[in-house]
Ligand binder design. Structure first.
Ligand code: UDX
Length: 476
């Protein structure tokens, strides 16, 4: 096990010296059972811990308790049933039960973008910490996992002390989570690293006990102070967003010069200092994390007086947004300059494949922009249709891929689901009005489509560009 130990110098010593015994297998509660919390609760139970999942949403708790996952996440339903069968995983809406039962409480509630600014909305985090700490009557550790602005853990430490009936016997730690949707179980059970932001040896020991099987498997561990632990998460997401926008900025330059961004990306990726991961050009990033995390980071950095250090993230956001408008421009160009009354098939609604998450989804943004210009847009997504329909009842949806492309003047691939990548150009070609396709994710074989008479376009590539296989990584 690799341990980058920054302690003891960085750790306040108030609680050191009175360290109570560590439970071999601490009892874990997980507050908030969304993507993060449900996956964490299930995975910890599978690893051998007794776990209590807690949520204010009774319907969600009832679903999970009956072995059903309220969202699409490959592999999670099987693991949920496996965990329930062991008898180690239970669910409740009762915070008092959780407070009395648990040794280590993980807070996994959402921190969405606030409605009126770029800041993170901390209402749910604050409420979870306050409700739980006011009900805890014994020594316990509350561990924040939610993505929060730097300084939140320090503020919550005060809040917990003030609201807990047992004062400093309830301690706070931070343990950022790096899981990706679509790979949530794998990322939780086999993370690249664990980060523990702690204020005492006792807290560190509790977390080591809570993650023992993962640490025993050789997972690197970084011990940090609270602020660094909070910062690791936003810094990681900012870096990933920057890498994607970097290659998409190069795509803009390619478009102006006739260069080919796929050849460029391949050549860059062979440099092991750069690598191929998160260097895939296209429609850019969306989802519930990357876009809102960089905006909240800019906001927080400005509050802290270091806004200049992250001004580049505004450009990262700007480049990302421009990919969406540029996709609409290419589609408009292909049909001769006006989208009014033009049938367009929009393939994809989720922000990425293997997810039903439509938060800040580039695909739906493009569909809405096309529709605003008068195009007759028909959307199809293998998993995200119910969410998309609920959020945008004014848009039109088709029940299948063939239905979506039937009669289309242009097909736009916006989320690279396997179903779209594997579709045969001739099969689609027989259904469309015109064989025109915009590959918003560089996911299709350009040569094959052209050979079948399709006009094929992709962002950042010359009109007549040939297929270039981007380096792929099995972990993406
Ligand atoms: C991200 C982080 O990867 C994860 O560590 C963190 O915990 C949560 O945020 P996630 O939102 O699940 O995870 O999606 P991710 O796989 O990172 O993809 C984000 C977006 O970037 C998607 O819209 C994807 O299509 C896009 N993307 C990704 C690219 O456009 N190009 C790439 O090369 C990689």
């Amino acid at each position: 096990m690799t341990t980058l130990n920054l302690t003891p110098d960085h750790r306040p010593t108030t609680l050191v010296g009175t360290i109570p015994p560590i439970a071999e297998h601490p009892r874990l509660t997980v507050i908030g059972t969304g993507y993060l919390g449900a996956t964490h609760a299930v995975s910890m139970a599978v690893l051998g811990y007794e776990v209590l999942g807690v949520d204010v949403d009774a319907a969600k708790i009832a679903l999970l308790a009956s072995g059903r996952v309220p969202f699409y996440e490959p592999g999670l339903p099987e693991k949920l049933r496996e965990a329930l069968d062991t008898g180690r995983l239970r669910f409740t809406t009762d915070f008092t039960e959780a407070a009395e039962w648990g040794d280590v409480h993980f807070i996994c509630v959402g921190t969405p973008q606030a409605h009126d600014s770029n800041a993170a909305d901390l209402t749910y985090v604050d409420r979870a910490f306050a409700t739980l700490s006011s009900a805890i009557t014994r020594r316990a550790l509350i561990v924040g996992k939610s993505t929060v602005p730097i300084g939140t853990a320090a503020r919550l430490t005060e809040l917990v002390r003030a609201s807990s009936p047992v004062g400093e016997r309830v301690e706070l730690a931070w343990n950022p989570e790096f899981l990706r949707e679509g790979y949530a179980v794998e990322d939780t059970l086999h993370p690249d690293r664990l980060v523990f932001g702690v204020q005492s040896e006792w807290a560190e020991a509790q977390l080591r006990a809570a993650f023992r099987p993962i640490l025993d498997a050789g997972t690197p561990l970084v011990i940090a102070d609270l602020a660094t632990a909070e910062l690791v998460k936003v810094a990681a997401n900012s870096f990933l967003a920057t890498k994607i926008s970097y290659i998409n900025a190069m795509a803009e330059v390619c478009e102006a010069t006739g260069a080919d961004v796929n050849i460029l990306a391949s050549a860059l990726a062979y440099d092991s200092r750069i690598g191929s991961r998160f260097l895939k050009p296209g429609l850019g990033f969306g989802g519930g994390c990357l876009p809102k995390d960089i905006r909240a980071f800019i906001h927080r950095a400005e509050e802290l007086g270091v806004g200049q250090a992250v001004t580049f993230l505004r450009e990262v956001d700007g480049i990302n947004q421009r990919r969406r408008t540029r996709t609409v421009d290419v589609i408009r160009e292909m049909v001769g300059g006006s989208l009014e009354g033009v049938p367009v098939a929009a393939l994809g609604a989720a922000f990425k494949p293997n997810s039903d998450d439509i938060r800040d989804a580039p695909a739906l943004d493009v569909a809405r922009m096309l529709s605003a210009e008068g195009a007759i847009v028909t959307i199809y997504d293998p998993e995200a249709m119910p969410n998309a329909r609920r959020a945008y009842p004014e848009l039109s949806f088709a029940p299948s891929l063939p239905e979506a492309v039937r009669g289309a003047e242009v097909v736009a691939l916006l989320t690279e689901w396997a179903e779209f990548r594997e579709a045969r150009p001739d099969d689609l070609g027989r259904l469309v009005a015109h064989r025109r396709i915009v590959d918003g994710r560089h996911a299709l074989n350009a040569d094959e489509y052209r050979a079948r008479g399709w006009e094929y376009r992709a962002l950042g590539r010359p009109v007549e560009s040939r297929t270039v296989e981007l380096l792929s990584d099995a972990r993406d």
